[in-house]
Every structure is written in C-alpha cells, then in structure tokens.
Design a protein around this ligand. Structure first.
Ligand SMILES: Nc1ncnc2c1ncn2[C@@H]1O[C@H](COP(=O)(O)OP(=O)(O)OP(=O)(O)O)[C@@H](O)[C@H]1O
Ligand SMILES: [Mg+2]
Length: 287
C-alpha cells in the first residue's frame, strides 16, 4: 500500500496509517489537537488579551464550559505558542504567561504554594502566609508576566464565603498591582465563583465553549478527526447515522467524541476492517 492512495487522510497522517497495528493503536492514545471554530475564537481572544497594552484596569476573561469539553487543551495549545525564554541580560526567566490550577480548597496558603510551584520557586512547607505572599509577589514582579491563567477556578466554590472572598481579593490584587490580565478557566459554575464581587464580575468577559449540537461544525469536527486517525480506509464519519450516534453517545462533549473515535479506531485496526462503522461505535459506547 502506498501513501498516496490514502487520500482520505491529511498528508501528515498518511505515513502513520502504514505503520504496524501495535504502533497505530499506541498512537491513538496520544492527544492531538483538532482545530474547530470555537477553539480558534478562544485562542484569538487569548491572543488579544495578551497583546493588550498595560493599563489601569487590565481586561480579564472567564473561559467556561462543561467538564471534558476541551478548555484545558485550549490553554495548553496557547501556552505552547508562547514558550518561556531565558533573558541572558537580566538573568531571569522571561515568561509572558503563567498558568496554574486553583487548589481544590481555595485557601490563600495553598494558592500561593501552587503559584510558587509554577514559578519554579522552592520554599519551605512551613512558611507563613505572609512569607509566601511576599515571595510570590516579588517573583512575579521580576518575571513580569502579562497574563495569569488559573484553571479549575470553580474550586473557589468549594470554599466557605470568607475563603472565596479572600481568594477573589487575591486575584484582584494581582490584576491591579501587577497589571496582569487574568484568565480564569472552569466548568459552567466558574462565572458563579466571580459573582460575589461586582468589580470582578464587570471586568471578566465570559467566553463559553458550548457542547456540540448537530451542526455543520460538528460534522466538520468529525471529518477532521477522520483525517488524522491512522486507518487505511475512509469511514465517512459525516454520514447522518454516525453523526447522530456520536452526538448522542458523547452528549456533545469533545473528550467523549475523541474517546469513542479512538476506541472505535482501535477495534477497526484489530478486526482488519480499517474503517469505523456504526457497530464499532455501538460497541465502544456500551463500554
Ligand atoms: N481541540 C481538540 N482536539 C482534539 N481533542 C480534543 C480537543 N478538545 C478536547 N479534546 C479532547 O477532550 C479531552 C478533554 O479536554 P480537556 O481536558 O481540555 O477538557 P476540560 O474542558 O478542561 O475538562 P475539565 O473541566 O474536566 O478539566 C482531551 O483530553 C481531548 O481528548
Ligand atoms: Mg480542564
């Protein structure tokens, strides 16, 4: 079989489809990025924020959507296009973006610990809050990032009222004092986490990644998946029956669509049919 007979695949995916079964099955386990319009818009919005000149009230964003829809993958893709660099002259790491996760309980001690970890700064576990705070702020001032991304921000809601307020004040302080754009990322509840604070509410522009519906865009997503899956025959994933099945079985979540297709592709390699059929999908959806 020759690469140029695999016209249902993207050029860069053709060689992969000719590899042995085991290698192809293993390749299915790696996340690959598939462009889709809403993700592209989110990335453009992030770029816009990053390019924003410094001003008194830096604009911020809350990127929200259901679990498994692809929020963290968007952030990862964004970070990859802005890698850290070492500033030889100043002897410090230059990072435009610092990304971290909100700890499961949002107390300030844990927040600063997570932030310092992200900044690559070791510190004593017994350090007091004020020490951690000073260290983190000094470091941020030196590194001078333009943007702080805090994923899993709905964890704020796991805290009590005072804890939530304190964490919000902390974010507000970082935004105001260091003139950072803050991007918080989380589930549908994320905007709620900002609710108690009027200033935060007005400054954070919401951006939602919604679940998929039966649209042309969803069909295009499936076609894009098909063009990179290492199968030797076309599956024609944009057929109505497959589209509808995938939508229902995934509940419109990108992560589930990806899982179903990867597992179905594995079956198609194992049974030598080399294309995904409805019966493969039914089998993997049953679990
Ligand atoms: N653009 C994409 N291209 C390919 N796969 C994607 C894409 N977006 C999401 N996925 C798939 O969905 C899975 C879940 O994505 P991700 O971890 O970003 O979700 P999330 O919205 O951050 O979920 P949670 O709220 O639970 O953290 C990924 O591991 C990947 O398999
Ligand atoms: Mg995530």
């Amino acid at each position: 079989m020759a690469e140029d007979s695999l016209t249902h695949l993207q050029g860069s995916a053709r060689a992969g489809a000719l590899l042995d079964d085991q290698t192809r099955i293993r390749a299915l386990q790696f996340d690959r990025w598939i462009d889709h319009p809403r993700a592209t818009q989110a990335l453009q919005q992030l770029e816009r924020l990053l390019a924003m000149p410094e001003r008194q009230r830096m604009p911020c964003m809350v990127l929200h959507g259901d679990s498994n829809i692809g929020k963290t993958l968007i952030v990862t893709k964004f970070l990859r296009s802005h890698p850290a660099a070492f500033d030889e002259r100043r002897g410090v790491e230059q990072r435009q973006i610092v990304a971290m996760q909100m700890p499961p309980t949002p107390d300030q001690h844990r927040f600063y610990t997570a932030l310092l970890f992200e900044l690559g700064a070791p510190h004593s576990a017994t350090a007091t809050l004020s020490v951690l705070e000073r260290l983190a702020r000094d470091l941020l001032r030196r590194i001078a990032p333009r943007m702080l991304i805090v994923d899993e921000v709905h964890h704020l809601l796991a805290g009590g009222y005072r804890e939530q307020r304190a964490a919000l004040n902390l974010l507000k302080y970082l935004a105001n004092d260091l003139k950072l754009s803050i991007v918080v990322v989380g589930t549908a509840d994320a905007p709620l986490a900002l609710e108690p604070d009027a200033q935060m509410r007005s400054r954070f522009t919401p951006f939602e990644i919604p679940r998929w519906r039966e649209t042309e865009e969803f069909r295009r997503l499936l076609v894009a998946f098909e063009r990179v899956l290492p199968l030797r025959k076309p599956s024609d994933l944009s057929q109505r029956s497959l589209v509808q099945f995938l939508l229902a079985a995934s509940a419109g979540l990108t992560g589930e669509v990806s899982r179903l297709l990867n597992e179905a592709a594995e079956l198609a390699i194992q049974d030598r049919s080399e294309r995904i059929t409805l019966s493969h999908l039914e089998q993997v959806a049953r679990g």
